[in-house]
Design a protein around this ligand. Structure first.
Ligand SMILES: Cc1cc2nc3c(=O)[nH]c(=O)nc-3n(C[C@H](O)[C@H](O)[C@H](O)COP(=O)(O)O)c2cc1C
Length: 187
């Protein structure tokens, strides 16, 4: 158990640009998704779902993002369009966590959205525990309704984020963490 605590105390994200092409196996992917679906969920509503982008699917998603980017920025430079097209291509595996709230008399959408956040973090944690780098990212395209429609989201769904996953051999600097005294009070 103390191994688990040490792991959680040291976990940190890896930048997609530092990831190489080594992706989780299909069985590891199933493990990651299973753990993503094992989160606190008031009312057992499963108010989230996952979209997996691997291989050329990342390019098809990139084409959706680049098309919308060009529509929004008709004078965009070719480099910027290319960057939009490459949004999901640095990591070999990207899992979109979709917040998919259900109508319920007792469980408000806020709680269901929080549950989607828990799924995203569980996916990050599971991928890291399997020895991969992971990073939960959004970007403008995570909030653009035309992109979301193009990626298959329904009008009542939102994107909690894209979890980028891949091996990394690069040293990974930590970031400063909050001092507990600044964020904790006793009532
Ligand atoms: C909902 C959400 C969206 C995020 N989107 C971005 C993003 O677009 N770009 C970014 O650099 N970090 C983003 N982050 C932060 C990273 O996921 C991550 O927290 C940070 O890079 C380092 O934190 P860690 O080392 O504790 O994982 C986002 C975090 C959350 C919770």
């Amino acid at each position: 158990m103390s191994d688990m605590i040490d792991f959680l105390k040291a976990r940190r994200s890896v930048k997609p640009r530092d990831m190489n092409g080594n992706a989780p196996t299909e069985s590891e992917l199933e493990t990651i998704l299973t753990i993503g679906a094992r989160v606190p969920d008031h009312g057992k509503l499963a108010p989230w779902r996952f979209i997996v982008f691997q291989g050329e699917a990342r390019d098809r998603a990139g084409a959706v993002i680049a098309d919308v980017f060009t529509k929004r920025n008709p004078d965009a430079a070719a480099d910027d369009i290319a960057r939009a097209r490459a949004s999901l291509t640095e990591a070999p595996l990207v899992i979109a966590v979709v917040s998919s709230p259900k109508t319920h008399p007792k469980v408000p959408p806020w709680e269901q959205q929080l549950s989607a956040g828990a799924s995203a973090l569980n996916i990050v944690t599971a991928a890291t525990a399997l020895g991969y780098g992971a990073n939960w990212l959004t970007g403008w395209f995570a909030y653009d309704r035309d992109v979301l429609t193009g990626l298959g989201l329904n009008a009542d769904e939102q994107l909690a984020g894209f979890v980028h996953i891949g091996k990394s051999d690069k040293p990974n600097e930590d970031r400063p963490r909050p001092v507990l005294a600044d964020i904790v009070t006793k009532f």
